[in-house]
Design a protein around this ligand. Sequence first.
Ligand SMILES: Cc1ncc(COP(=O)(O)O)c(C=O)c1O
Length: 354
Amino acid sequence: MKAFSFASGQSVLPPTVVAELCRDLAEWRDSGLSLLELPFTHADFGDLLAQAQGDLRALLGLSDSYRVLFLQGGASAQFGLLPMNLLGSKTGVDYVETGHWSRRAMAAAAAWCDVHVVAQGDGVSLPATWHLSADPAYCHLTTNETAEGLQFHHIPETGDVPLVADMTADFLTRPISVERFGLIYASAQKNLGVAGLTIVVLNAKLLGRARHGVPAPFNYTLQADAGSRINTPPTFAIAVAAKMLTWLKANGGLESVGAGNAHKSAKLYAAIDADGFYQCPVQPQDRSLLNVRFHLPTLHLNTIFLEESEAHGFLHLQGHPSIGGIRVSLYNAVPEEAVDALIVFMDDFRRRRG
Ligand SMILES: Cc1ncc(COP(=O)(O)O)c(C=O)c1O
């Protein structure tokens, strides 16, 4: 049976990337070894890391002021590592509270410093303005709230205060002006491959501020100096990311991939808004292009929708446990064909059950 996954993470991968991985798992470039057996100290792995770094820099248009770190621990580890690495002599940080993931980030940071909430969303829209506190070490933003289906489409100004962004759900899904950010972090398993790799892109100005005792693999300055190889990096996840970066380049870079993502989600939102049967509570201006959330008229219909859609090969549509309803995650590698097929199913379901 043909199946389409709309999981919020691990996302699907492009079939060409999976095929290449199968080949490399069997044997890496006539080496007699599997990709999984490639030592991180070997020149081949060094080349692979350099290629991934170069492609990422080119896609994002990074200037020499920015460093790229290939780390482990997921975005969740970064929640605590941000204050440990960035506070320096300051005592407070600013957070924009917009939903599930920004609250997680705030809770972890609160173990290390004063967390000021500078604006709050209401779960269906994003705050338009906020006032920074007197002297924060940084201001933190979750650019896409995966659970609520919210996304910032305009990045707010924070003046001299470094803007730190959790881009786990929308990293490399659209063009961005990196200069607007002091630091960007993202787990790889949504738009850049598989779990196990966390990318941190940061302005070199923010290095040298880590508190004493931050474990070396999580110390931004030490990892920047060591080229992300202070200890064994997640070699397989980096190899997958390298292939995803090649795929993104081959698909026209972030302008073109971003246009494709906008197109996929626009089709789906139009189908949801077609009449009152499916309801998306998120305000149109703040709707996520990556996590499309909607509800059916009753909980019973919601359950039937999930059962029937799964039987038809539409997988992982259950909403986030804290939100309920349906969530359709449309990361970079989800093909338009999957969205079209889901819309046909939704139309049919509405005709039969509406
Ligand atoms: C916006 C956002 N931040 C952080 C995380 C946590 O990522 P990880 O599980 O890799 O730590 C997620 C996971 O879904 C997310 O969507």
